[in-house]
Ligand binder design. Structure first.
Ligand code: ASP
Ligand code: MG
Length: 416
């Protein structure tokens, strides 16, 4: 019998009515002849509430026990898995819930950000063999080798879903959420943003890491490694046939209308930091970015200027809420003598805008076109970085929406 994975995010299981709505969709797939592994998130808002309780219970230094964090925060998913199984049973579908440790979903690494090591299939296989049609699994959680409960990092149920699809060789992994697919850009900014039928793993990874928050980045990486067919679709629409939603798949499987640019992404809360006059010699980059990494600063773009008289300027970007950490790390490095610079200049009012598309690999001139559009709109570019399938720029935040619209227009992304 074919198996599929269906994952329901927090907004899709936000209350008992929504759980019933999701259960209806599961029943449809059972009636279609599938065995179904359902992965559920906590009811929307629940995880935030649980995290809040942990933080409020933390000692004065803020250093709480991360194993206990996992024990508390994983509980939201336990509730939804049980409720969903009950609802399915009431509909006449043979279903049972599974917590991570019961499967067991084996984890390694650190509490609060654990990684999946293995998912032995015996227990669940036996359950299916005994006639159970639906396994409702609590997402986001697993168990460490020492038996303690682990969680996979915020948004981790997507990763749970893909991992189950890979381990059980599911035909598809359907991610049900509150949007009906992946769009060429944010429809709240550009009214003619268009839903994509298909997008490659690589493009989705770039978009996911750029803040298109529909899928956890790690889940897309995992899907790419195991060639899991991942579909994003709305749990609030009737139609769940294979035509709806957006399929994230291999580039080779995308026959339609190859475009150079697939989407425009943005990240609103970026900061640009420049260290003025650091020595231009081996070891300096390490002396800057080592302490930043240790401080947990998520450095994104990096630019080193040309040097003059053996000194240079180093610019990097990071999220605005990492600015204080970064400033402290740099000041400490200066004080301890590891690093020497004249001044640290911070600009917290920038946003990052990126164009993404596999077609850029083989087509020249895409970046130029992007720069020209921004120039025509009078938008000054502060930093540029490129990868094989992406060009990103930092601009003043006040121009962000204007720039996104202009780029979406120029690359004709609203046109089918
Ligand atoms: N409930 C968890 C969170 O809010 C995991 C998830 O929903 O993916 O981060
Ligand atoms: Mg999510």
């Amino acid at each position: 019998m074919s198996r599929i994975v269906m994952k329901f995010g927090g907004t899709s299981v936000a209350d008992l009515d929504k759980i019933a709505n999701a259960a209806n969709k599961v029943k449809q797939e059972v009636d279609n002849g599938h065995e179904v592994i359902v992965i559920v998130s906590a009811m929307s808002g629940k995880t935030n509430e649980l995290v809040g309780w942990v933080k409020d219970s933390a000692p004065a230094d803020g250093l709480y026990d991360k194993a206990e964090y996992d024990a508390v925060v994983s509980s939201g998913e336990n509730v939804t898995s049980g409720l969903m199984a009950m609802r399915l049973q009431e509909m006449g579908v043979a279903a049972r819930s599974w917590q991570g440790w019961q499967v067991p979903l084996q984890c390694t690494g650190n509490h609060e950000a654990a990684r999946i090591d293995a998912i032995p299939s015996e227990n669940m296989d036996a359950s299916f063999a005994s006639g159970v049609k639906v396994a409702v699994v609590a997402g986001f959680q697993g168990v460490m080798a020492d038996g303690r409960i682990a969680t996979l990092g915020r948004g981790g149920s997507d990763t749970t879903a893909v991992a189950f699809a890979a381990a059980f060789e599911a035909e598809r992994c359907d991610i049900y959420t509150d949007v009906d697919g992946i769009y060429t850009t944010d429809p709240r900014i550009v009214s003619d943003a268009r839903k994509l039928h298909k997008i490659s793993y690589e493009e989705m990874l770039e978009l996911a890491s750029l803040g298109a928050k529909v899928l956890q980045t790690r889940s897309v990486e995992l899907a790419r490694s195991y060639r899991v067919k991942l579909r994003v679709l709305s749990s609030f629409e009737e139609d769940i046939s294979e035509e709806v939603g957006t399929l994230v798949c291999q580039e080779e499987d995308i026959m339609e209308n190859i475009r150079v640019v697939k989407g425009v992404a943005y990240s609103r809360d970026e900061a640009k930091m420049t260290l003025l006059s650091v020595a231009d010699r081996p070891g300096v980059a390490a002396a800057i970015f080592g302490p930043l990494a240790e401080a947990g600063v998520n450095v994104d773009m990096i630019v080193q200027n040309i040097s003059e008289d053996g000194r240079t300027d180093m610019t990097f970007s990071c999220p605005t809420d990492h600015v204080a950490l970064a400033e402290k790390a740099m000041t400490d490095a200066q004080t301890s003598g590891e690093l020497n610079y004249k001044e640290l200049v911070t600009d917290s009012d920038v946003a990052k805008i990126s164009i993404v598309g596999n077609g850029m690999r083989s087509q020249a001139g895409v970046a130029t076109k992007m720069f020209q559009v921004l120039a025509d709109e009078g938008v000054n570019i502060k930093v540029i970085t490129t990868s094989e399938i992406k060009v990103s720029v930092l601009v003043d935040r006040k121009y962000m929406e204007l720039a996104v619209r202009a780029l979406h227009d120029t690359f004709e992304l609203g046109i089918e």
